[in-house]
Design a protein around this ligand. Structure first.
Ligand code: FAD
Length: 412
């Protein structure tokens, strides 16, 4: 079988794999990406968090992304019936970026991989990893090209950034159950005919239909808008059964929104709506000798706070930094420096997701009069700064939301 050699092989060219590749290439480490699909390809994950901007900058990708003129996202709006809660990233606790983007992901990922290729990074599209053999000495990755030709890549390290492909979790039996209850989503894009002028037309919004059911509206700068409905899986199954098709189900979801019903009354979807069922995932461990898992191939929580790409960029960058150290002969404590670090941020967002669906966090969001001190601290979490332990809404995440919601309920 034909074979080639590289220092680091990356599986998947989404944000996790691309950031990792850009970092390694900057350190002059020979790297190759193998990607199953041809880009642009359909992928969900269109609302970014400011924390990712740090990582795009460090990876040398920021200027390319700025030149794409994506819709600026400077905060987020949550709606529950008549109540509105708006977060403005410039009014958050601590330092950090106060804006990011709303992006059509297919274009975004293509813009990044084009830039990586321009920098000289080898990306093999339409090439699927189907088997691996990882030993203490090296890694053998077996790949199949679209024309059916198989070959093997020898590398010192593998970074798994295969997202929902979950290549190493499947092949190495690392899959674990998610701690979150099963939720599902239906989504598509629409070309807006009645988009309001100004902020109303461009602001990202999460509209709560029921405590566990919410709609996303993410306007892009090209005039298209992403729409999705998320709910517990029983709700989504019933919505589809009652409506008869995914198209009808997503239109019915829009019809259930008092806020958006009129704006999207005659909406036609650009592509047949997609269903993502029971999307939360987890793994037993995030690394092993000569390999590391990043992005969605580790843990995916929930779309409600748009944490997915943030974790993808954070883990992709960190994995690349640590591999660089190791290849330079330095010792790396993967448990402490990688898994425990990543888990800390994941645990913070896990609490926020859980408390969103219990309704406790929604109590804090919509409480009147607003408490600016509480709000700026929650805002920093929603901006992705979930490793800043000076923020009590990070440090005490497992109790603070529940306790404050309890006080609100006791006093109402
Ligand atoms: P991906 O972007 O999925 O990239 C993985 C790549 O690996 C793919 O291109 C795939 O083709 C490739 N691959 C897979 N298998 C193989 C193989 N065998 N060989 C070679 N290549 C392979 N996140 C946000 O930040 N904001 C949001 O608004 C948001 N909304 C979401 C809504 C829903 C309903 C869901 C389910 C998720 C959402 N996410 C969101 C999460 C987001 O989609 C992911 O967290 C993010 O795309 C992860 O990036 P990644 O690089 O890990 O994986």
């Amino acid at each position: 079988m034909k074979h080639e050699e590289v220092d680091v092989l990356i599986i998947g060219a989404g944000p996790a794999g691309s950031i990792a590749a850009a970092y390694l290439h900057k350190q002059n480490i020979p790297v190759k990406i193998v990607e199953k699909m041809l880009f642009p390809r359909l992928v969900v994950g269109e609302s970014l968090l400011p924390r990712s901007m740090d990582r795009f900058d460090e990876a040398g990708l920021l200027e390319t992304l700025k030149s794409q003129n994506y819709q600026i996202k400077s905060g987020a709006r949550f709606i529950r019936n008549e109540q509105i809660c708006e977060f403005d990233f410039s009014k958050k606790f601590g330092n950090g970026w106060d804006w990011t983007w709303q992006i059509p992901r297919a274009d975004f990922d293509k813009a990044i991989t084009d830039e990586l290729e321009k920098k000289g990074i080898d990306i093999s599209f339409e090439t699927e990893v189907f088997s691996v053999n990882i030993s203490d000495e090296n890694c053998k990755t077996f790949i199949r090209r679209k024309n059916g030709e198989d070959s093997v890549i020898l590398s010192k390290k593998i970074i798994d950034a295969s997202g929902y492909g979950r290549v190493l979790p499947r092949l190495l039996e690392l899959e674990d159950d998610s701690k979150l209850s099963p939720h599902s989503a239906i989504f598509s894009h629409t070309k807006e005919k009645n988009r309001p002028i100004g902020k109303e037309g461009t602001q990202i919004t999460f509209d709560i239909i029921e405590t566990e059911v919410w709609l996303w509206v993410i306007p892009f700068s090209d005039g298209n808008t992403s729409i999705g409905i998320v709910g517990n899986t029983d709700y989504i199954n019933k919505l589809i059964d009652d409506s008869g098709s995914l198209d009808a189900a997503l239109k019915e979801a829009l019809n259930r929104s008092d806020f958006y019903r009129d704006r999207f009354v005659d909406t036609e979807f650009i592509f047949e709506p997609k269903l993502l069922k029971n999307y939360s995932t987890s793994v037993k461990k995030m690394y092993g000798k000569n390999y590391v898992l990043t992005g969605n191939s580790t843990e995916f929580l929930d779309p409600v706070f748009s944490s997915g790409v943030c974790f993808a960029t954070e883990s992709g960058a960190l994995a690349a930094e640590l591999i660089t150290k190791e290849l330079q002969g330095k010792k790396v404590d993967w448990q402490k420096d990688y898994e425990e670090y990543m888990k800390y941020g994941i645990d913070v967002f896990t609490t926020y997701v859980k408390e969103w669906y219990t309704g406790n966090l929604q109590e804090l969001f919509f409480f009147q009069p607003e408490n600016p001190d509480v709000k700026e601290k929650i805002c920093a979490v929603l901006a992705g700064y979930v490793w800043n332990k000076e923020n009590p809404f990070v440090r005490k995440h497992d109790s603070v939301i529940r306790n404050m919601a309890y006080l609100i309920k006791m006093n109402s």
